[in-house]
Design a binder for this molecule. Structure first.
Ligand SMILES: Nc1ncnc2c1ncn2[C@@H]1O[C@H](COP(=O)(O)OP(=O)(O)OP(=O)(O)O)[C@@H](O)[C@H]1O
Ligand SMILES: [Mg+2]
Length: 340
């Protein structure tokens, strides 16, 4: 249905991939993996024709439809959640006929009926992302392209989404760093890394095993060749000056030159090093919140009577369902700190 042939893309002299070819058939489930910055989203943008490759081409079967969920979802405006979920239909009548399906999907993603008519911009990032997801699933394209779809979903929504995708009638190409999610859903893994796109049969765990086995084989072959080169070289060095063996020594050197040299397999990408400047030492109580209450204008309080203390050196994780007010609390603390 979709064919990528010999795609190449570089930015500022750095090759993301070259000779990247891939065939996606109807109903296939493919995971696209690779380290941050490898070029996964870039490959998506090329498939979507938002970006052009330096070489190669993308062919989509005539009449086949694509649907795409971006890594960072577009901000939402004044439209209602339901309007957003059906907004791909230019035709008002079609939009109406899709409403029952959109409502079912919105409900699956845990929207309440009373949410359907509320403006999308009043929802938190995780919920806006769900509304975009609902729009895509309602549209049901032949190829669903998802760029890290699980990033903003809480556990309950994630479970529903995974089950829904299992029964999805079209093909799916998704970028994800979520191992469990990939293992549950995909039958093929494509890896972008070291300038190549490699296809592996099987889910994510199976890909990891195959890749490790492939690296090991490459290492073994590389080391065997290095040993052979060394021994030929030793012979040549030792006997080059000796008249009776000089021609043999010469032929050993030629043998080395003629060899097709194997490259050492790439090891894992270098790890990222972070350094945060050492801040001035704070008091024991780093943050104290006392009876904090917050609400968005005209809305219900998100929380009230909130009391919280963070002590120096503590590690704290903040959890809660989408829309519970996690980001709001962070923003609030940040505002207070910068005003100090
Ligand atoms: N328009 C652009 N101009 C210049 N460089 C770009 C552009 N778009 C992307 N890049 C660079 O290309 C590389 C690949 O980016 P891309 O977003 O495709 O990575 P990714 O594999 O999706 O990473 P992540 O897992 O972090 O989402 C990055 O180094 C990025 O900085
Ligand atoms: Mg990306």
């Amino acid at each position: 249905m979709l064919t990528l042939s010999n795609l190449a893309k570089a930015y500022g002299g750095r090759t993301l991939f070259r000779d990247a070819s891939l065939q996606i058939n109807r109903g296939e489930r493919i995971g696209l993996v690779g380290p941050n910055g490898a070029g996964k989203s870039t490959l998506f943008s090329i498939i979507l024709k938002e970006n052009s490759p330096d070489e190669g081409q993308v062919l989509l079967e005539r009449g086949a439809t694509l649907g795409f969920l971006p890594q960072e979802s577009a901000p939402a405006g004044d439209e209602s959640i339901l309007a957003l979920a059906t907004s791909h239909e230019a035709d008002e009548y079609d939009a109406l006929s899709l409403q029952p399906k959109a409502k079912r999907i919105l409900a699956g993603l845990a929207f309440k009926e009373t949410d359907f008519d509320k403006p999308a911009r009043t929802f938190s990032g995780g919920w806006v992302m769900r509304a975009h997801l609902a729009r895509l699933l309602t549209q049901e394209p032949d190829l669903l392209m998802l760029d890290e779809p699980t990033n903003h979903l809480d556990l309950e929504a994630l479970r529903w989404f995974q089950a829904y995708l299992k029964g999805y009638p079209g093909a799916i190409l998704m970028i994800s760093h979520d191992r469990e999610f990939l293992n549950q859903l995909i039958g093929t893994t494509c890896e972008i890394g070291h300038g190549r796109l490699q296809r592996y049969r099987g889910n994510y765990d199976s890909y990891l095993e195959q890749r490790a086995a492939r690296r090991e084989q490459q290492w073994a072959a590389y080391k065997a060749q290095q040993r052979e080169i060394e021994s030929l070289q030793r012979f040549a060095d030792r006997f080059r000056a000796k008249a009776s063996l000089a021609s043999q020594a010469q032929s050993k050197l030629k043998q080395i030159a003629r060899m097709e040299k194997l490259e050492a397999p790439e090891t894992e990408a270098a790890t990222v090093k972070f350094r945060f400047p050492q801040p001035a030492r704070s008091g024991l109580k780093t943050i104290t919140l006392e009876n904090v209450e917050q609400a968005y204008p005209g809305g219900q309080p998100i929380y009230r009577d909130l009391n919280f203390t963070a002590e120096r050196g503590e590690r704290i994780v903040l959890v809660g369902p989408n829309g519970a007010g996690k980001s709001t609390l962070f923003n609030f603390i940040e505002c207070v700190i910068t005003e100090m």
